[in-house]
Design a binder for this molecule. Sequence first.
Ligand code: SAH
Length: 362
Amino acid sequence: MDIIERFIQNPELEKKEYEELLLASGEPEARKRLAEEAVRLRKLYYGDKVYARGLIEFTNICKNDCLYCGIRRSNRKADRYRLTKEEILSCCETGYGLGFRTFVLQGGEDPWFTDERMCEIVRSIRGKYPDCAVTLSIGERSYESYRRLREAGAERYLLRHETASEEHYQKLHPKEMSLAHRKQCLYELKELGYQVGAGFMVGAPGQTYRELAEDLLFLRELQPQMVGIGPFVPHHDTPFRDEPAGSVELTLRLLSIIRILLPKVLLPATTALGTMDPEGREKGFAAGANVVMPNLSPEKNRKKYELYDNKLCTGEEAAESCADLRRRVERADWHLSMERGDAAEKALEEMEQESKRQEDNL
Ligand code: SAH
């Protein structure tokens, strides 16, 4: 049996075998087979639903200096902004009106947003919109900080590990950052009961199948509920300005592989994928993705959250154009769902609890 079929039958492979899988997956037939299996699994757990999340990019101020990122500390040219609590709430109000039931608060690591301030924002959103989930994506913080944010009502946390290879991590980040700490954060978030999202950029400078094989092993170990991957796209004011962008085709293959590795995972067709290919979204769904995150940030700030060049933030990327997005999703035979859309295992647990409650009432 070839490596593709072996992986489909039992996705627990050795590191060397993952490298072999990645190499073999470049063949058109293999790609087709992986996508077919990925879509089958996705349908099994989530039907034809594509979950929509409203993304609020609330600060582009960052104390970190990641070499790939357009909002890194050393980029003097970035036009910095920070939304007030009122502005964030107003984004939620717009989003709620449009039907969104998940708000993703993403930002640079901006020290102004202390635990007090962040908890207050999360509490306000949960208080006003108790039927909505709040997802945070605000980088590395202390256990105590994660605990308080969880207590304030945040239930999900996105923190891409970026690369699971220590050596590669060092090439992408300044000395003061470490993969060990990033991983520690992810495990702490899990322990605190968050639904956790990890992930990485495809085609980041220095990445080969060897690094990607490590990423797959790490994802298997962590068992996150969400995985965000998208092609690396260079930003003109970063040290990686002249590096080539990551490949859409490889991103699609990896989406299928990750769906097979973690069948119940929530897998977005990311903005970076849409930026690199006008059909990137649809191709992502056809490869196994089932989440989209349109932009709910105030219009005046959108362009400033420039992680990489030409980052999309208009058209179907904008939350206001949800109708266009819906048409696009439905043309591809999927259904755009505005539900909270928790990870399947959580939904299953809740269904079990509900039926137990009903039994108890009988
Ligand atoms: N400060 C938060 C949010 C980071 S931005 C955190 O640390 O988690 C969200 C993601 O954008 C990053 O995790 C990174 O994987 C991605 N990103 C940053 N620069 C990018 C680039 N040049 N190309 C593609 N993706 C990029």
